[in-house]
Design a protein around this ligand. Structure first.
Ligand code: ZN
Length: 286
């Protein structure tokens, strides 16, 4: 008997895997092409990026569901704090609220939130995290009214300067519990947490329904670019199966989302080949 947990229906495809998040990368497939290719292979769903929607969120969401797929997520609001965020936190809140509205139109199950780096003049991780918690807490009711769950994603500490002052699952669980809202939870990404031996212990401190996403790829032993050289599952050194078990033991039962940023390898290939490879890796590695 086939093990359904190792079938394509156990995973969703994040369109970043096809190079869609940066100009000049990937094969330039339309959302419709991605939807049809994912449906044909029996994947569970798709997570889109805002830049692909171009005002067509409602249409693309409906098209995805009518193809038998879930819209598992939307990536992502502008950074809330840090050097690449608006200087004014009211503007950050506005950007978050606007992206929540897009996620609601798309009927995405969750909105992945990457919070932004340390506020440069503050030189304070704690102060930056406090600002993030404040902004997210103020957006939480709006998210709930749109039926959008906010998935806070802790990033690997190497990104603390410019992309995420939220760098450990410990801090993310603390923030989530502190905000204490039904629609504020976590996204756990293999790339960011594979090294963390406290993952299981930290997730046990979280209510069991608060993991809103599990992102998978692999950590290449020789990583050439910390942002755009992620590995396909099975090509690196992360214990993906073990990490998945930890996340599922902590209460997560949704699909695992394949998110491979790979400018020098997978983004150069035909998307059909990339998706076929994922089907094969899910069966053999996952
Ligand atoms: Zn991720």
């Amino acid at each position: 008997m086939q093990n359904l947990s190792c079938a394509p229906s156990a995973v969703a495809i994040n369109t970043a895997t096809l190079g869609h998040i940066l100009d000049g990368h990937g094969a330039g497939w339309s959302p419709e092409q991605v939807i049809d290719a994912c449906a044909a292979r029996g994947f569970a769903g798709i997570a889109f990026w805002t830049r692909e929607l171009n005002g067509r969120a409602v249409e693309i969401g409906e098209r995805t569901r009518s193809a038998g797929l879930r819209v598992t997520g939307l990536c992502r609001p502008p950074y809330l704090v840090g050097p690449n965020a608006p200087a004014d936190q009211a503007e950050s809140l506005k950007g978050l609220l606007e992206t929540i509205d897009v996620a609601a139109e798309l009927k995405a199950e969750s909105l992945t939130v990457v919070v932004g780096g340390v506020i440069p003049e503050s030189r304070s991780i704690v102060g930056s995290l406090n600002a993030v918690a404040d902004i997210v807490a103020r957006a939480a009711d709006h998210a709930a009214s749109g039926n959008v769950r906010l998935a806070l994603e802790p990033l690997h500490p190497v990104y603390a300067g410019d992309r995420s002052c939220l760098v450990t699952v410990r801090d993310a669980v603390d923030m989530c519990n502190r905000i204490g809202h039904s629609h504020v939870g976590l996204a756990v990404d293999v790339y960011h947490v594979w090294w963390d031996l406290t993952l299981a212990e930290q997730l046990q401190r979280l209510p069991s329904d608060k993991i809103f996403g599990f992102h998978i790829c692999d950590w290449l032993a020789e990583t050439r670019d910390i942002l755009l050289d992620r590995g396909m599952m099975g090509d690196g050194i992360a214990d993906i199966r073990g990490l998945r078990k930890i996340v599922e033991n902590a209460g997560y039962s949704g699909p695992s989302e394949v998110e491979v940023f790979s400018a020098g390898n997978w983004w150069l290939r035909d998307p059909d080949e990339v998706l076929d490879t994922i089907v094969e890796r899910v069966r053999t590695v996952f």
